[in-house]
Write a protein that binds this ligand. Structure first.
Ligand code: BES
Ligand code: ZN
Length: 647
């Protein structure tokens, strides 16, 4: 259920990118095939290193991050200190960390006489994609702890600060982080690469009316202080924080919902099946290893559908439809507890290992819980969306093991790692049979548990434990086509739900004028069937009168289901049906989830509605997340935009 979120690089950004060193860490070849059990840092060769970090992590890696931060809603700022524990792999006296827009006030290290000693540091000139390297000169080899005092900028890429008016309750401000892919560095100085795993702890201070949550075990210390502990080693992009007027409502003894009180009950009902999802996933893929699994419902400006922060998935409120029709998102974020959080992509080129496996596992959970029909409908919709997206992508970006070049992972984000990755795994499942494939996936999660791995390491494991174990079922060449090839393999058997046959037939009957919209037999249609009905409508030259007839019969404009709204407004804009504009304006100004708004802005911006779209954007902009702002700023960058602060 993804569609395109492609943006165009501004010339300023392109210019900045040319200043990057030209080392190419994106070669497709690898040399680690012989060492399947090696730990990440040992196994990473030059070619497999993360090109998006400045950290010298093959020499020294951070093993624990201890945060002591104050949340200041007056200045919209986090300030305090990060203390990093270091593990040395080679003798050295230099530590390079990632930062973006951070102000560093001091660096100290614990020396051999167990005293904190002040250290010289330099903050390099910032790069548009990677931020600024913080280089710390250590006095001693084998330094164990470094403490950095710092504060964040007024618009860090990884945090959104909301005014009380932008929340449900309108009384208290709100803030939340979104660290994936490389935005943790905008609120913590650290080694911002998924190749490095660390435990973390935090003591957070905030006003007593504010409740703070993180992706960690939570303990209230006092009315203004909360303590957090994450005892399992995780990559930096999974460190997460949110604060605001939050209340908790349990689902069972290991899961529950954090949300603003105004939406807590609705969320609790919508996501009541979460405990069952956890049981289903754990039964098939091995124990749930993170203790609790809670959901945090964010304000509507949350830029994603969901984010798999460990112990606490961050969830957009736009999936609260009232009928559980969009809960595959919960299955998805939960599935990341195995694919992503337990076994992690070592670089952002390997994102498909996270998202492809997760989309596959998500769909298996949906099948177990709601039946094969629903799961197959969701697969079929995802496949159609992928086809539409592939038509727009450059061939290079249709490769699972993508070459990011000098781009940020945000720039290259698409449905390819999700749906093509899922289709690859479904292909393997069908070839080897569920019994063998399920056993393989479970053993893969256990084998690489708490490790970060590259595509090469996955392939090695696949060859040993599936291809060679059951010979002559799938060839290395076929695997190669899936992982390194462009587009979709010629031997793919696309998913095809027959629950859509009747929908397609009725749509055609209506298009042919044989029945009016109100005469169609729609009373049993599910949300997915409605999505199919809308999504496969002609994208050009559908009469205004026909669209008006549809809307009169089915009341799509202003619908409370955000996916149907998105599908309908997309159809309307493709056919120039501008009667939707007032309702569309509501949609665009009340939701900040990029997948539901950026493609609509894109359609508007490429037509005579450009000025209208830009004026809506200028009004909505201050309510959007910095990452949403960044991608829309580029779309409307013809003349300078007027806004309070730029990102
Ligand atoms: N981890 C992703 C979100 C993400 C990916 C953020 C890459 C930044 C960089 C999350 O699990 C996700 O995939 N969310 C989707 C959910 C959908 C596919 C069910 C979303 O936000 O739409
Ligand atoms: Zn995901």
């Amino acid at each position: 259920m993804l569609s395109l979120r492609r943006t165009v690089l501004s010339s300023a950004l392109l210019f900045a990118l040319q200043l990057l060193p030209s080392t190419d860490a994106n070669s497709a070849t690898n040399t680690l095939a012989a060492e399947p059990t090696a730990t990440v840092v040992q196994a990473l060769t030059q070619q497999n290193q993360d090109a998006l970090t400045y950290a010298n992590y093959t020499e020294v890696s951070v093993s624990h991050v201890e945060l002591a931060l104050a949340i200041d809603f007056k200045q919209n700022r986090l300030s305090g200190e990060a203390t990093l524990d270091l593990a040395w792999h080679k003798p050295g006296k230099q530590l390079i960390l990632d930062t973006r827009d951070l102000t560093i006030t001091s660096v100290t290290a614990l020396n051999s006489t167990v005293k904190w000693q002040s250290l010289p540091f330099t903050l390099a000139k910032a790069d548009a994609v990677k931020g600024a390297a913080l280089t710390i000169k250590l006095a001693d080899e084998d330094t164990q702890k470094v403490k950095i005092k710092y504060h964040t900028s007024n618009n860090p890429s990884g945090i959104q600060w909301l005014t009380p008016e932008q929340t449900q309750g309108k009384q208290l401000p709100f803030m939340f982080s979104q660290s994936q892919a490389i935005h943790a560095r905008s609120w913590i100085p650290l080694q911002d690469t998924p190749a490095v795993r660390q435990t973390y702890s935090a003591t957070i201070t905030a006003d007593k009316a504010i409740t703070v949550v993180m992706s960690a075990d939570r303990k209230t210390l006092s009315s203004t202080q909360t303590q957090f502990t994450m005892p399992q080693a995780i990559p930096a992009y999974l460190i997460a924080i949110a604060a605001g007027h939050l209340k908790f409502s349990p689902l069972d003894n290991i899961s529950g919902i954090w949300a603003e009180p105004e939406i807590l009950d609705k969320a609790n009902k919508e996501f009541a099946d979460t405990p069952e999802m956890i049981k289903i996933a754990a039964k098939r893929y091995g124990d749930y290893r993170w203790g609790r699994y809670d959901l945090l419902i964010l304000p509507p400006s949350f830029p994603f559908g969901g984010m798999e922060n460990p112990r606490l998935s961050f969830i957009t409120p736009t999936v609260i439809a009232g009928d559980k029709s969009l809960v595959s998102l919960i299955a998805h974020e939960l599935a990341h507890s195995w694919s992503g959080n337990l076994v992690t992509n070592a670089t952002w080129r390997d994102l498909w290992l996270n998202e492809g496996f997760t989309t596959y596992v998500e769909n298996r959970i949906m099948e177990d819980l709601y039946g094969r029909d629903r799961a197959l409908m969701e697969q079929t919709i995802g496949y159609s969306e992928l086809l539409a997206e592939l038509a727009e992508l450059t061939p290079g970006d249709s490769v699972l093991h993508i070459d990011l070049g000098k781009r940020s992972p945000d720039e290259a984000f698409s449905g390819v790692p999700y749906v093509k990755g899922q289709l690859f795994l479904i292909f393997l499942e069908q070839k080897f049979g569920r019994e063998r494939f399920d056993a393989f996936v479970k053993s893969y999660f256990n084998h690489f548990a708490f490790q970060s791995i590259t595509t090469a390491q996955f392939r090695e494991y696949l060859s040993l434990n599936l291809l060679n174990k059951y010979p002559n079922v799938v060839s290395e060449a076929e695997v190669d086509t899936w992982i390194e090839g462009q587009g979709l393999p010629s031997f793919l058997v696309p998913p095809n739900s027959h629950a859509f046959d009747d929908i397609d037939a009725q749509r055609q009957t209506w298009l042919d004028g044989k029945l009016s919209a109100s005469e169609l037999k729609t009373s049993t249609w599910t949300v997915h069937q409605w999505l199919r009905f809308i999504n496969e409508m002609p994208r050009v030259n559908l009469d205004q009168a026909k669209l008006a007839e549809l809307n009169k019969a089915f009341h799509f404009t202003g619908t409370g289901n955000s996916e149907i709204a998105f599908a309908w407004y997309s159809l309307a804009l493709d056919n120039g049906y501008y009667a939707v504009l007032p309702a569309l304006k509501q949609h665009l100004t009340h939701i900040g989830r990029m997948r539901l708004i950026v493609p609509l802005y894109q359609k508007l911006a490429s037509t005579d509605q450009y000025d209208w779209a830009k004026s809506v954007y200028l009004k909505a902009r201050s309510g959007y997340h910095p990452q949403t702002q960044a991608s829309l700023d580029m779309m409307f960058a013809d003349k300078p935009l007027e806004h309070e602060h730029s990102h």
